[in-house]
Design a protein around this ligand. Structure first.
Ligand code: SF4
Length: 775
């Protein structure tokens, strides 16, 4: 904040002038920070400070998939603060800036005041505020007639996929309606979250998100993962890091970060090893080479539980080289050093330290399956699969859902439906529900999305705020925020055990919103008796309570905050006993809701038959090798004629910005930009020496150009980035009428190349090359 008070008006005007002179994607605004935040705070000056009855309620933050427990303080029904819930095992009282910002999301003056309907078309279209009754009649009528003709032509695009009940409820709606087209969608800024899942599936055959047991590990080797920035389990990782660095009987954990940039995660580490962009997987296999050569691997685990380690000869006499042969012949430290830029001695020392500090854990970069596969092979070599201090696979929680099965299609790997919609004379999708997703802003294929949306006759958005995608819809039914509605999320802790975390309304809705689940329930009851029968509840809160019944019937675990004598509870539970701390079902539900959730703090290590589901029953090592073969690393050349330097582009996900498809919050913008720039603007981190060579100084406005497009950014020279690498943040550059988001900074997705991995279909993050020149 201090820096902003020193902002020079001249430099602000100069920047503004430069911005208005450009033709890049419309007019870009660079906002004076103090002005923006004061505008926001002034809105509250007329609101008297409440003096009245104070209440505290436990609930869950739903702003990312961590699902931290929070406590909401209200005075006379008005929310005045949000704190972490110290009894919640996910965050133990901690809360990140995004979580605190919930207050600003709730009271954001740009929230839609109620349902909106678009009238007219093209340039003459305008939005009209309508009543909920009229909105429900219009949507139900439309869907009713569509269902009699082609129910499958209703599509539901649900962003922020998670294990929460809102997802299973929407899936249930689509199944009852008769459409298989329920798509859980991760967009351009979240696409990389699935690369770890793909790697685990290819090597272990299990479709499950892992937990990293950092708190019990002796050595965490991170290959450019943003574990302490925007990882899906941010607060848990931070909590586990504190535990790992405390005085433990096993000693302090060492944390080494490998990557081309001194990120927030790298700066938390005991050591940062800079590496050429995109070569983290090569370094992982170089570490594997030393571990095998020096016989430091877990011989028993590899021989009994892994497949593909040794060469194998098939019945026809043909020999296939195994993991060991390939790693020993192609990933010698000298070769790896040439590719990665890491010194030979450093590679050898790293491998020895890592292998001799078991339990040790390798955590991969979330951007690429190729890197994840190489990194995960290290976990197998050290036998860190489902062991304390290793990588864990939480079992499912038993929630009661009345015969539901998941039918979700995961959309980020397969957006073929876009081309189908565009190329068919008549769109096969006739109606679209879109929730928690803003692909026009964040997809790397936003142009395709725009064309596809144009062809879909009836589009309904559940966005609570006008964003780039909802502005192209026909109707907006604003969802309530997580502080005004019910939900429940199954979430795993870093120690592997399961938590069911409950959200409930802590205030009355601030605007005329409705929980989207209650809207679906309402629509279902108006469609037909056979649809309605699947939605016999009065409201979504009954569905949440039904889920809790499953926990009661399972006879395990207890309300949050209740500590266990772990060992004897484990023995009793194994023998089929339950520790009843509550009376009947009703009391159980009330206790669980008041406490903010339920947990089962027992985790069973080992159980390899549960976590390795390949047909062979073995952990497959060869995918790590195959994915690396024939992979072309981005060429970074200096063109002689133009003397233009090309860089590998990295797009960071600052915790404060990236999770917000529409940030529109001055406090969040201030929170992140105050570290690196004077203004609310997109910055570009460039190696200090390179910036000097190119004649750039701090604060210069530059054009960052890829083969897809160009954006503007503000130069931030730094020693902490590899010379071949530049980094910009995701989350700015919106072009919709949000006072604190519209036109501020640039949208990284506008220059990110949409190149997909041919095997997994996910976008390859290291395929964007950019050049930079003065604006
Ligand atoms: S880590 Fe996620 S769930 Fe936890 S407080 Fe932050 S935004 Fe909320």
């Amino acid at each position: 904040m201090k820096k902003h008070r020193n902002i020079k008006r001249r430099s602000f005007l100069k920047a503004s002038g430069a911005a208005s002179a450009t033709a890049l994607g419309g007019c870009q605004k660079i906002k004076n920070v103090n002005k923006g935040i004061h505008e926001f705070l002034n809105r509250f000056e007329e609101v008297p400070v409440p003096h009245g009855i104070e209440t505290w309620k436990t609930t869950t933050c739903n702003l990312c998939s961590s699902s931290c427990g929070i406590r909401a303080r209200t005075i006379d029904g008005r929310l005045v603060s949000i704190e972490g819930n110290s009894a919640h095992p996910v965050n133990r009282g901690g809360i990140c800036p995004r979580g605190v910002n919930g207050l600003h999301i709730l009271y954001n003056p740009n929230r839609l005041s109620g349902p909106m309907k678009k009238t007219g078309s093209g340039d003459s279209s305008k939005w009209e505020r309508i009543s909920w009754d009229d909105a429900m009649k219009a949507v139900t009528g439309n869907l009713k007639s569509l269902r009699t003709q082609s129910p499958q032509s209703l599509m539901f695009l649900h962003g922020k996929p998670s294990t929460s009940l809102e997802v299973s409820f929407a899936d249930r709606f689509m199944q009852a309606y008769g459409s298989p087209n329920y798509i859980c969608y991760m967009d351009g800024h979240d696409y990389y979250d699935s690369s770890m899942l793909d790697a685990i599936y290819l090597m272990q055959g299990i479709n499950a998100a892992p937990s990293y047991d950092i708190g019990n590990s002796n050595f965490v080797l991170s290959f450019n993962t943003d574990i302490f920035e925007s990882h899906e389990n941010l607060m848990q990782s931070l909590k586990a890091y504190g535990q790992a660095h405390s005085e433990r009987p096993s000693g302090r954990c060492r944390f080494v970060h490998v990557g081309p940039r001194l990120s927030a995660s790298a700066s938390t580490a005991d050591k940062w090893i800079p590496v050429r962009p995109g070569t983290e997987g090569v370094l992982a296999l170089g570490v594997a080479h030393v571990i095998i050569r020096e016989d430091l691997y877990d011989y028993n685990f590899v021989n009994i539980n892994c497949s593909g380690f040794e060469d194998r000869t098939d019945e026809s006499g043909k020999t296939e080289r195994g993991f060991k042969s390939v790693v020993m012949s192609e990933y010698a430290p000298s070769d790896v050093s040439n590719m990665t830029g890491v010194k030979v001695e450093e590679i050898i020392r790293l491998a020895r330290d890592f292998a001799s500090s078991r339990p040790a854990l390798a955590v991969g970069n979330r951007t690429q399956t190729r890197i994840q596969l190489a990194v995960h092979s290290l976990n197998a070599l050290l036998g860190s699969i489902n062991t304390k201090g290793g990588i864990l696979f939480p079992p499912d929680i038993v929630l009661k859902k009345e015969g539901e099965k998941s039918s979700s299609i995961y959309g980020e790997n397969n957006t073929d439906f876009l081309s189908k919609i565009i190329s068919s004379p008549e769109s096969p999708v006739k109606a679209l529900f879109i929730k928690n997703a803003n692909p026009i802003y964040s997809s790397l294929e936003s142009a395709l999305w725009r064309k596809a949306l144009d062809k879909i006759p009836f589009k309904v958005s559940f966005s609570g705020i006008m964003d780039e995608t909802s502005s192209l819809c026909d109707m907006i039914l604003p969802d309530c925020t997580y502080l005004e509605k019910w939900n429940g999320s199954a979430v795993a802790t870093s120690e592997g055990y399961q938590v069911f975390s409950i959200s409930r309304p802590v205030v009355e809705p601030v605007v005329e919103c409705k929980a989207s689940e209650d809207v679906l329930l309402n629509i279902a009851s108006g469609l037909s008796p056979e649809v309605a029968i699947n939605f016999h509840w009065k409201s979504f809160s009954d569905y949440v309570e039904l889920a809790i019944e499953g926990l009661f019937e399972a006879g395990r675990g207890s309300r949050l905050g209740e500590e266990f004598e772990g060992t004897w509870v484990r023995l009793l539970e194994k023998a089929g006993w339950r520790i009843p701390s509550e009376g009947g079902l009703d009391e159980f539900k009330k206790t669980i809701i008041d406490a903010g959730g339920w947990w089962d703090p027992i985790y069973y290590y080992g159980e390899l038959s549960r976590v390795i589901l390949k047909p062979t029953g073995k952990f497959e090592l060869m995918p790590a090798i195959k994915s690396m073969t024939n992979y072309s690393f981005p060429e970074l050349t200096e063109t002689d004629e133009t003397r233009e330097q090309y860089f590998a582009l990295h797009v960071s996900k600052p915790a404060s910005l990236a999770a917000l498809t529409n940030p529109n919050s001055p406090w969040m913008l201030d929170n992140i930009t105050s570290v690196l720039t004077d203004r609310w603007n997109t910055w570009i981190e460039i190696n200090e020496e390179i910036a000097k060579k190119l004649g750039f100084k701090r604060g210069d406005e530059v054009i960052v150009e890829s083969d897809k497009g160009k954006i503007r950014a503000e130069v931030t020279p730094t020693k902490s980035i590899h010379p071949e690498f530049v980094s910009i943040p995701a989350g700015m550059g919106h072009v919709i009428p949000g006072e604190w988001s519209n036109g501020i900074g640039s949208n990284a997705a506008d220059i990110m190349s949409a190149v997909r991995d041919p095997v997994t279909g996910i976008f390859l993050a290291d395929k964007t090359k950019v050049k930079i020149y003065k604006a």
